[in-house]
Design a protein around this ligand. Structure first.
Ligand code: GLN
Length: 308
């Protein structure tokens, strides 16, 4: 017999599928146009059960959903104090690519907007015979529980259409937030954005955070609990950019979106949720991703106030 969760997800997929608004991100390699109708929902519990409906295994670019995981890696590498010196933990309410740097120090508001994520990418170093990018991709892979890789063709297209990110990186370098080659920081950042994941991978990455940093399938402790706590706090207030306030009041889960069409949400102690649907609203958040999370939060009483 089909589980009630599976059945619920199937009904939810059918209901939200009809939402036809929004447009997919228009930066992609030729022949790899996102299909607006693709739609998948996956839920992974902290004890390793994975429920999926719709397009669950097709790969797409992780994009900004990479930001919390790289932030976690930088926190583990350098400790809170050193990372906080470079990136603040304040919600900016800004669009993701806003030039949002503090007047006095040049410090980005948080690690979920591009400025903060570029500062974080600039901090991460290679080690143990691995490049910085390798270490980042390894961290994502350990969170997903399978080997992931970064797409060269996605990177090649993005770096040519990244004037704003170039500008941000050089600004960060001019105020000393990025201490080494700014071009290298941008490259690391865009390679992390080009990591290919499926909806299922994202649900498991979310479940790793929900499970206090321990990957539900492999049992590996990918992040320490204090790092997870910090990452989830920043996701809660800043994960959805200038839509973050509306998100917290209507959904109430720490979450992160990416222009690749992914949305990841965490129900601490219980489950990770991921949605894949390419059409985006004006904030760069997936239209169906948002609606799915909203409905799930109401139907399953996932809002942090309600479930307290
Ligand atoms: N690569 C994109 C950028 O840096 C990622 C943005 C996003 O997913 N919101 O502009």
């Amino acid at each position: 017999m089909e589980s009630p969760i599976q059945q619920y997800l199937e009904e939810l997929l059918a209901e939200v599928q009809d939402l036809g608004s929004g447009a997919p991100y228009n930066v992609h390699p030729a022949g790899r146009e996102p299909r607006p109708g693709d739609f998948g929902i996956c839920l992974a519990t902290v004890d390793g059960r994975v429920y999926s409906v719709g397009v669950a295994d097709q790969e797409f670019s992780i994009q900004s959903i990479s930001k919390p995981f790289s932030y976690g890696l930088a926190l583990a590498d350098y400790g809170f104090e050193a990372v906080d010196e470079k990136v603040d933990v304040e919600p900016s309410g800004d669009p993701f690519n806003q030039i949002s740097l503090a007047q006095d120090t040049g410090r980005p508001a948080n690690s979920m907007v591009n400025a903060g994520a570029l500062a974080v990418a600039g901090m991460i170093r290679g080690g143990g015979g691995k490049s910085a990018v390798r270490r980042i991709v390894d961290t994502y892979s350990r969170s997903a529980g399978r080997k992931l890789s970064s797409s060269r063709s996605v990177f090649d297209v993005e770096i040519r259409q990244s004037d704003r990110n170039h500008a941000l990186t050089y600004l960060l370098s001019s105020v000393g937030i990025i201490e080494n080659d700014p071009t290298r920081a941008l490259e690391v950042y865009l390679r992390q954005c080009a990591v290919q994941v499926s909806c299922r991978d994202l649900a498991l990455m979310a479940a790793t955070l929900a499970n206090g940093g321990s990957q539900p399938l492999t049992g590996e402790q990918v992040f320490e609990i204090d790092v997870v706590e910090r990452v989830l706090s920043v996701m809660m207030t800043s994960g959805m950019y200038d839509d973050a306030g509306a998100w917290v009041s209507s959904v109430g889960m720490p979450a992160k979106s990416g222009v690749g069409g992914g949305t990841l949400a965490v129900l601490p102690g219980q489950a990770g949720l991921a949605v894949f649907s390419p059409p985006l609203d004006g904030h760069g958040n997936s239209v169906r991703g948002l609606e799915t999370c909203r409905r799930l939060s109401t139907d399953m009483e996932m809002h942090f106030v309600r479930s307290a």
